[in-house]
Design a protein around this ligand. Structure first.
Ligand code: NDP
Length: 450
């Protein structure tokens, strides 16, 4: 069966791909299994060289990859360029990590105990449609660095950059069978990877609902699992913050990638004493978001990924919002930047909207801010805006989330661990922490007794 890939900004088809089923998934796992012994035996220095070569090829083909990503996801080209830049950085980082990820020697009686980090084998990588190349690289980099072979399943809506990345891995000299990209439905190909006895681990990014399916399916073969799931993060603005700076940054924190971001700070918690003033500033800043043709350099927000997703997003907005932005006429799955005044019990504040809709919620004091911030089943990211350093640290420590920023709204850096608390998942991607999720610790005791 073939799969038609659509540009969400034009609703026009942009590619036609063969859609894989269970048989093709099995073939890919068999190729990965066959390639594993030779790949794990490649010397660390040579593996590092190959990963560095992938990074260089991503840089050399950066503009093409950014255009693929922009046209397939509908994301602004400026953002897509940044994301592809990060893909290259990820491969550079893990190239550098390959020969620095060692074990330890442990003092024990009667001999020497040493630990080794061993690869897992074949790893299934299931990635979503919101940051297809980026999230694929967060898994590919550490998985390959540790000596695993992989089967990568991109989301059906956005497979194009993953297919191209697979080609670049081959061009870089990574042996055939080490990186296998399989385009097919999650419920078919993804499900098969979860259940396959020769797959040692599933690294998954996507919805909390499918995360549960991954955990349940993995139980059958005691597969390793890391899950990066949804979020409902808070942007907490205290009365002592630089309100202008916080308001200028807030739209990017929630409307970036049209809000289709697990780290979106989609709950804007504002101290009541400055609530009205901050809301005015936030409306002004949101009015300035440039929505339009994703291939225009000046565009800051494109359409949503699909018509079905737009319907879901629209279902969260009832009544008259505090602000609704403009969207282009004509085709495309557009949805305007929207600010809704809410309480933390409203549906818009409890569920992941995954669209450009922010719930603005007042709080009374520091304790109330922490309570509201944590009053969610999720725990992925968040921001704290205050000029009081001690308060920033107190609130950061008290917030149940994996990735926080103070007086800034970024979550993701190649060097730092990324992942969630609570129902946002477990396991860490990026940084050196990610290597732990793609290797097992082995302890070897060598007797020194004669
Ligand atoms: P999904 O969780 O359904 O999709 C993520 C990936 O999982 C895709 O590759 C998908 O494949 C695959 N998948 C789907 N079903 C299964 C299954 N049974 N077994 C194995 N793999 C499967 O997310 P959606 O794309 O449907 O988005 C729904 C919501 O999830 C969003 O609105 C958002 O709230 C949240 N989400 C969160 C993300 C995050 O970054 N944390 C990313 C994406 C979504 P395919 O799509 O090809 O069927």
């Amino acid at each position: 069966m073939s799969l038609t890939v659509v540009n969400p900004a034009t609703e026009e088809p942009i590619a036609e791909l063969e859609q894989a089923g269970v048989e093709e998934a099995d073939d890919a796992v068999a190729r990965a299994k066959a390639a594993y012994p030779a790949w794990r035996a490649v010397s660390p220095a040579d593996r590092a060289r190959l990963l560095r070569r992938v990074a260089t090829l991503v840089e050399e083909n950066g503009e093409e990859l950014a255009r693929i990503e922009s046209q397939n996801v509908g994301k602004p080209i400026s953002g897509a360029r940044g994301e592809i830049g990060m893909v290259a950085q990820v491969f550079h980082f893990y190239a550098g990590a390959v020969d620095k990820h060692g074990g330890e020697t442990i003092p024990v009686a009667g001999g020497v105990a040493a630990t080794f980090r061993e690869p897992l084998g074949v790893v299934g990588l299931i990635v979503p449609w919101n940051f297809p190349a980026n999230i694929a690289s967060w898994k590919l980099g550490p998985a390959l660095a540790c000596g695993n072979t992989v089967v990568l399943k991109p989301a059906e809506l956005t497979p194009l950059s993953a297919v191209r990345l697979g080609e670049l891995c081959l061009e870089a000299g990574i042996p055939e069978g080490v990186v296998n990209v399989v385009v097919g439905k999650g419920s078919v190909v993804g499900q098969r990877l979860i259940e396959h006895p020769d797959v040692a681990k599933i690294a998954f990014t996507g919805s909390t609902e499918v995360g549960r399916i991954v955990m349940q399916g993995a139980a059958g073969t005691i597969k390793r699992v890391t899950l990066e799931l949804g979020g409902k993060s808070a942007n907490v603005v205290f009365e002592d913050a630089d309100l202008e700076k916080a308001a200028a940054a807030a739209p990017y924190a929630v409307f970036d990638n049209a809000g289709q971001d697990c780290c979106a700070r989609s709950r804007v918690l504002v101290q009541r004493s400055v609530y009205d003033r901050f809301l005015d500033l936030l409306v002004d800043a949101t009015r300035g978001v440039q929505v339009g043709d994703p291939l225009d350099d000046a565009t800051e927000m494109g359409p949503l990924v699909s018509a079905a997703h737009r319907e879901t997003v629209a279902s969260f907005v009832e009544g008259e919002p505090a602000f609704r932005g403009d969207i282009p006429d004509g085709p495309g799955y557009w949805y305007p930047c929207t600010l809704v005044e809410a309480t933390n019990d409203d549906r818009v504040a409890r569920e992941e909207v995954f669209g450009p809709v922010a719930a603005v919620i007042p709080f009374e004091d520091e304790a109330d801010a922490i309570r509201l911030s944590n009053d969610t089943p999720y725990g992925l990211s968040g921001s704290i805006w205050t000029r009081n350093g001690a308060r920033a640290l107190r609130v950061a420590r008290a917030t149940d989330a994996g990735v926080l920023s103070v007086n800034a709204n970024t979550s993701v850096r190649v060097q730092t661990p990324f992942g969630g608390f609570k129902q946002s998942g477990f396991g860490r991607e990026l940084g050196l922490h990610a290597l732990e999720g793609y290797s097992e610790v082995k302890s070897v005791f060598i007797s020194t007794e004669g």
